[in-house]
Design a protein around this ligand. Structure first.
Ligand code: CA
Length: 380
C-alpha cells in the first residue's frame, strides 16, 4: 500500500509487527472425538499474523491449521501457537483430553402410555423417569409439551393440567444423541374446545390445584407491597385469571405479600410433609446466577414482617440453583426451612407474611420474572 506524504516522497507503511501472541485460553478440555476451537490475540493492538499450530503429542490431540483441537485419546498435551512473522511470539495451551462422551441411549417413563390428570393438578415425572446407561456423560433431559393450552411442563418435568384435552409430554436427551420418551396426558372435562377468536383472549382460566390451600392467587396485586412496578399479566398464567410479572434490570428483586390482620391457617400439621408452594417464572434462568443470590430468601411469617416467627429458605438453593427458563414449580418443605428466631418459632396456624427476594444480575441486563398461585400443601 502506498501513500503520498507531505513531500513528493512516496513510501510504504509497513504493517504493524506482531510483538506478542497470547492464547485466549491457557487450559481447556475436550473429549475424545470432539473438537474445541482455540484462538489467539496479538499485541500491539491492530497487529496480526498467520499462526502455526502444533500439538506436542498427536496421539493425544491433533490441531488443525485454524486452531481446532480434536481429542484422540485420554491424556494431557501442550498445544502451541506461533506467529509465522515473529517466531518469538508464541504461546501454549494445556489441553486435557477426557474420555469419549457416553450418550444417553434410552429414556423411559414408567407410567404407561397415557395418564389422566385432573385440571389444575400437577404431576412430577422425574420419579417415574429413568435413563440409560448409568455412566451417561450428560444426564440432562429437556421437557416439552405438544399443547401448552392442555398441559404445560417445567424444565424439571413437572406437568400441570391446564384445560381439557390431550397433550403429549416428551423427554429428550439434552446431549443431542436423540434418546427420547413420551407420555400422553389426558385432561378430562368438557369436550367443548376453548378456541378464543381474539388473540388477546387468554382463554379458559387454569384452575387452582385442588390440593392447594391458596395464600395468594396472584390474580391481582392486593396485599402486595414493594413490587416495584410489577403488573398483573394474563398470557401464560398458571392459575386463575393472572399472575404477577415484572421486567427489570435492577439487581435487587423483592416481592412482598403482607396479610397483616388477615392471617390464615396453613393447615400444615406435619413439617416433614408440609410445603409452601408457588409457580415461579423466569425468562432466563442463567440471569439469576449472574450475580450472588446468597443473601436472598423466601420467607413466611406470622409476625407481619420478616424479623421473627418466620420460616425462611435460601433463594440461592431453592431458586437460582434449580430453576429453568420458563415456569418452575417450587415446593419448599417446611422441615427444610430455618427459623429466624428459634426461641419464637413460626406458628403454622397464623401465616400473614410472605416475602421473596433475590439479587438479580447487576448492570443493564434486563430480564423478566413472575409468580403465581402461592399456597400450602400437605402430602399424605
Ligand atoms: Ca393466578
Amino acid at each position: 500500500m502506498g501513500l503520498t506524504g507531505c513531500g513528493q516522497q512516496k513510501f510504504d507503511i509497513p504493517s504493524l509487527l506482531v510483538r506478542e501472541l497470547q492464547m485466549d485460553n491457557h487450559t481447556c478440555s475436550v473429549r475424545v472425538d470432539e473438537t474445541y476451537p482455540l484462538s489467539v490475540s496479538f499485541s500491539p493492538a491492530g497487529s496480526s499474523s498467520v499462526v502455526t499450530w502444533t500439538s506436542l503429542d498427536e496421539s493425544i490431540a491433533t490441531i488443525s491449521v485454524v486452531g481446532t483441537v480434536t481429542g484422540v485419546s485420554e491424556g494431557e498435551v501442550r498445544v502451541t501457537a506461533t506467529s509465522v512473522v515473529n517466531p518469538f511470539a508464541t504461546d501454549t495451551c494445556v489441553v486435557t483430553v477426557l474420555p469419549r462422551r457416553v450418550y444417553m441411549s434410552s429414556i423411559s417413563i414408567t407410567l404407561g402410555g397415557a395418564y389422566e390428570l385432573e385440571k389444575g393438578k400437577t404431576l412430577e415425572l422425574a420419579p417415574f423417569t429413568t435413563t440409560a446407561p448409568a455412566n451417561v456423560t450428560d444426564p440432562g433431559i429437556t421437557w416439552s409439551s405438544s399443547d401448552n393450552s392442555v398441559a404445560v411442563v417445567t424444565g424439571s418435568g413437572v406437568v400441570r393440567a391446564m384445560s381439557s384435552g390431550t397433550a403429549i409430554i416428551t423427554a429428550t436427551a439434552a446431549d443431542g444423541g436423540g434418546a427420547a420418551a413420551s407420555i400422553t396426558i389426558v385432561v378430562p372435562g368438557s369436550t367443548t374446545p376453548d378456541t378464543p377468536d381474539d388473540p388477546d383472549d387468554p382463554g379458559e382460566d387454569p384452575p387452582a390445584d385442588p390440593d392447594l390451600l391458596m395464600f395468594h392467587n396472584c390474580d391481582n396485586l392486593t396485599y402486595f407491597t414493594h413490587t416495584q412496578g410489577a403488573s398483573v399479566e394474563t398470557q401464560g398464567r398458571m392459575e386463575g385469571s393472572g399472575y404477577i410479572e415484572r421486567t427489570t434490570n435492577s439487581d435487587n428483586q423483592i416481592f412482598i405479600i403482607s396479610r397483616v390482620g388477615n392471617s390464615m391457617d396453613t393447615k400444615i400439621t406435619d413439617y416433614s410433609k408440609g410445603y409452601l408452594v408457588f409457580w415461579f417464572y423466569i425468562n432466563d434462568a442463567a440471569s439469576l446466577s449472574r450475580n450472588t443470590v446468597a443473601t436472598g430468601r423466601i420467607e413466611l411469617s406470622q409476625s407481619g414482617g420478616p424479623g421473627q416467627q418466620c420460616l425462611y429458605w435460601s433463594s440461592k438453593t431453592c431458586l437460582a440453583d434449580v430453576v429453568s427458563d420458563g415456569w418452575n414449580y417450587i415446593q419448599l418443605r417446611f422441615s427444610d426451612a430455618k427459623e429466624m428466631t428459634p426461641d419464637k418459632p413460626f406458628n403454622p396456624k397464623g401465616a400473614n407474611y410472605f416475602r421473596i427476594y433475590f439479587d438479580g444480575p447487576a448492570g443493564s441486563y434486563e430480564y423478566t420474572y413472575g409468580i403465581d398461585a402461592i399456597g400450602f400443601k400437605q402430602t399424605n
